[in-house]
Design a protein around this ligand. Structure first.
Ligand code: HEC
Length: 148
């Protein structure tokens, strides 16, 4: 092999290596682990309001099961809501709510948030999608969004 070819080969391997190391691919077993952890966090925290099957409670707590709000707004909005809380009017599946959801207590880690969000996104007819602790950390670092 000519030296220049050798150098090119090294460069390509380096790119491939870095690419693999930093691509935030969520592998199947990681997702399964996130779902298990997420179910625990959901049951320990979110369930009080959104209930065991995500169906919500009366006109006070909106459903997170088959929520058209989640479907329209997407996973980042779910993360933001958990991190910073929610208030003001919103409509879920044709029903209006106007309550307050507090930010998740600080004893829950970014990993816990990522797991709970992944669990909700992949349960009860929601559209799917995954996130990671690193992504939650990034969203947190962007700061609390201004009220739309
Ligand atoms: C103390 C009660 C409470 C807890 C705990 C709580 N929520 Fe909420 N959640 C609410 C209320 C109330 C609203 C509606 C806020 C509004 O009217 O602006 C809401 C709205 C939402 C919404 C947007 C509307 C919808 O139903 O699609 C999502 C998504 C959501 N919560 C997810 C979660 C997740 C995930 C957790 C756990 C990490 C959680 N919530 C914990 C009370 C709660």
């Amino acid at each position: 092999m000519k030296f220049s070819t050798f150098r090119a080969a090294i460069a390509i391997s380096a790119v491939l290596f870095v690419g693999t190391a930093f691509t935030p691919t969520v592998h199947a077993q990681d997702k399964a682990a996130m779902m298990t952890k997420g179910e625990k966090v959901y049951k320990a925290y979110c369930l009080t309001c959104h209930q065991a099957n995500g169906q919500g409670l009366a006109s006070v707590y909106p459903p997170v099961a088959s929520s058209d709000y989640i479907k329209t707004k997407g996973i980042k909005d779910v993360i933001l809501g958990v991190l910073w809380g929610r208030n003001g009017k919103l409509t879920v599946n044709g029903k209006e709510y106007n309550g307050v959801m507090n930010p998740i207590p600080s004893n829950y880690t970014d990993e816990d948030v990522a797991a709970a969000v992944t669990y909700v996104m992949n349960s009860w007819g929601n559209p799917g999608g995954t996130t990671t602790a690193a992504e939650v950390k990034k969203v947190r670092a962007e700061g609390k969004p201004k009220k739309k």
